[in-house]
Design a binder for this molecule. Structure first.
Ligand code: HSE
Length: 328
């Protein structure tokens, strides 16, 4: 069995999920890891449980002099997994880490939305030139294989519209407010405790996280060329329990819907009233995306859109795609 050497950058919620799923996939060996303050390399393989325990007690997994940037530039790995928190303004430091790895002809798998929403064309261009994989299934809709579903499952179909629930935190909050009558603040506190929210949860609440995912879908799957500034965006912080209650009485639910129309070049994120039997009225952290196509009609993908091991599921699929395609 060929062993694939992994550099794991990011030991937060998603990094822990990745460590967990890799335990069941012994063809992958983690030879380097980094958190935001330190790093560690061991060519014969790292015990991630030990590292995570060390990080919990000391706040660091390794040597403060060994940064993610140095690991990306110097370590002897085959695939770099980048799962640090999203920076939607600069994409950094993840953008530089990913670029360094690709320029060294290393495969990269990431769930980090910042670099992909800001620089997908450039990063995919480098990957193509270097003949390596740059995959990011976990950036959109967590465990739901929406990117591969569109690219391969719906290959050849023209997509005429796409709309869906792309933020698990907002959906969780709306579900808890609607179902249990929790206030917005109580429901947000729960979503944070459960590890669904971004490091800065205001980007979930104000619609930015869903907008970033829409940009990734638009640019990488629908041939568009847009930025976050092109998304007309409204969040959920203005919604009250009373508004949700009123919708409920009328047989409706409110969901934060991200939508795009490639022909009109329009992108929008906003709370919308939907009949309760609409497939996009999903509960908790589920995401749902309806893709309208030329030949296949409308297809809806539904599944867990946030969470540690759920996002790691998408990362594992990307890793296996790489090991299948690039045998080296
Ligand atoms: N904070 C994000 C969400 C995580 O709630 O959907 C997954 O991208």
């Amino acid at each position: 069995m060929k062993l694939w050497k992994i550099a794991l950058i990011g030991l937060g919620s998603v990094g822990r999920g990745v460590a967990q799923v890799l335990k069941d996939n012994p063809q992958f060996i983690i030879i380097a890891a980094a958190d935001s303050k330190s790093g560690v390399i061991n060519p014969s393989g790292l015990d991630i449980e030990v590292l995570l325990a060390k990080k919990k007690t000391t706040g660091r997994c390794g040597d403060p002099k060994l940064s993610a940037a140095r690991i990306a530039a110097e370590a002897d790995y085959d695939i770099l997994i980048e799962v640090t928190p999203t920076n939607s303004v600069t994409g950094e430091p993840a953008l530089s880490t990913i670029k360094t790895a690709l320029l060294r002809s290393k495969h990269v798998v990431t769930s980090n939305k910042g670099p992909v929403s800001l620089a997908s064309a450039e990063l995919l261009g480098i990957a193509e030139e270097k003949n390596v994989g740059f995959l990011f299934e976990g950036t959109v809709a967590g465990a739901v294989p929406i990117l591969r579903g569109i690219k391969y499952g719906l290959a050849g179909n023209k997509i005429t519209a796409l709309y869906g629930v792309l933020n698990g935190t907002c959906n969780y909050i709306l579900t808890r407010m609607e179902g249990e009558g929790l206030t917005y603040e109580q429901a947000l506190a729960e979503a944070r405790d459960l590890g669904y929210a971004e490091a800065d949860p205001s980007s979930d609440i104000n619609g930015t996280d869903a907008a970033i995912k829409l940009v990734i879908l638009a640019n990488t799957m629908l041939g568009m060329n847009v930025t976050l500034a092109d998304v007309n965006q409204t969040g959920i912080s203005g919604l009250t329990v009373a508004a949700l209650h009123m919708a409920n009485i009328n047989g409706q639910s409110i969901r934060l819907i991200a939508s795009l129309n490639p022909e009109k070049n329009t992108l929008e994120v906003s709370p919308r009233l939907l009949p309760k039997d609409n497939p996009l009225v999903v509960s908790g952290t589920l995401n749902a995306v309806t893709v309208e196509t030329e030949y296949a009609g409308a297809i809806t993908f539904i599944g867990r859109g946030a969470g540690s091991v759920e996002t790691a599921s998408a990362i594992l699929a990307d890793l296996l795609f790489i090991t299948d395609k690039y045998d080296r």
